[in-house]
Design a protein around this ligand. Structure first.
Ligand SMILES: [Zn+2]
Length: 284
């Protein structure tokens, strides 16, 4: 059954003079910017396209129906005005959807994502064990178990205490999820680089401060206190020891140390290779 199109009350369309008869019922327009296009089919990327809907869905519902998790979105404009996730779509609306602006101050408009955590803290889904170990190596508080259920991950992260890292955008569409990032790459090192860039973590690195195995914090201990636990050659060759406060694992600067140091430097360098150019707020 056809309905008459209902324009938004008081709306001032940005795209020229729009009359009700110009649009089929319940059609709006969307344009997604920058990396949000990763979530769209090719024919909808970096272009304005029509979106047909029933009733008056929120702009958040429409964005997620198009495949983009709300945790990826930092700014929405509808007919040129900044709007929150709960803005109701009306026929003829033109929505622009933007990701995080790294170098453009958008503080005068509605920012949708919460302020960054004072101390970065993550929970990785069951497929991101290697990423979790790299983040721990760099000193970031990162929970991971290979038997976490999706519900457990959401519960651990709520309410906004930790950021969920996942390649499953379905988790990020859940209402209870406040902080999250959909990891694009399938390669752990590239994944770590993505996370470092996305959350601007380079200056917050604290290498060798966390246990790679369990995420516990590591502290210096006297050699005498761990002597009975050390292999004979290690007792003879090494004099500086660290211990995980959670699982008790003992660390020293053995044969793996050079490799791990190299991994940390790779991360630090990758996280600084960033294009600083600001993004445009004006749709093409
Ligand atoms: Zn540990």
């Amino acid at each position: 059954m056809n309905k008459e199109p209902v324009p938004r009350a008081g709306a001032q369309p940005k795209y020229g003079i729009m009359r009700q008869a110009q649009f089929p019922p319940n059609t709006a327009f969307f344009r997604f910017f920058e990396e949000l296009n990763d979530f769209l089919p090719l024919h909808k990327r970096k272009t304005r396209f029509e979106y047909a809907f029933d009733g008056t869905p929120s702009v958040k519902d429409a964005i997620e129906a198009l495949g983009v998790p709300h945790t990826e979105v930092d700014l929405i404009t509808v007919n040129g005005a900044s709007q929150g996730f709960d803005c109701r779509l009306a026929c003829g609306d033109a929505a622009c959807v933007y990701p995080l602006f790294e170098s453009l101050d958008i503080s005068p408009v509605v920012k949708l994502r919460p302020a960054p955590l004072r101390e970065p803290a993550f929970v990785c889904d069951v497929h991101l064990g290697s990423l979790a170990r790299l983040l721990r190596l760099a000193g970031f508080d990162t929970l991971y178990r290979n038997d976490y259920s999706d519900n457990a991950i959401v519960e651990i992260a709520s309410p906004g205490k930790r950021c969920i890292l996942t390649r499953d955008r379905g988790i990020l569409k859940r209402k209870a999820v406040v902080r999250g990032y959909c990891v694009r790459s399938t390669q752990p090192r590239e994944q770590a680089r993505e996370v470092m860039l996305r959350f601007d973590l380079r200056g917050a690195m604290k290498p060798f401060s966390r246990c790679i195995g369990c995420n516990g914090t590591i502290g210096r201990v006297d050699k005498e206190s761990v002597l009975p636990l050390l292999p004979e050659k290690t007792r003879e060759c090494y004099h500086e020891f660290y211990r995980c406060g959670s699982c008790g694992k003992i660390y020293w600067q053995g044969s793996h140390y050079a490799k791990l140091t190299s991994d940390i430097e790779d991360l630090r360098n990758a996280a600084s290779a960033k294009d600083p150019s600001p993004r445009s707020l004006t749709p093409p």
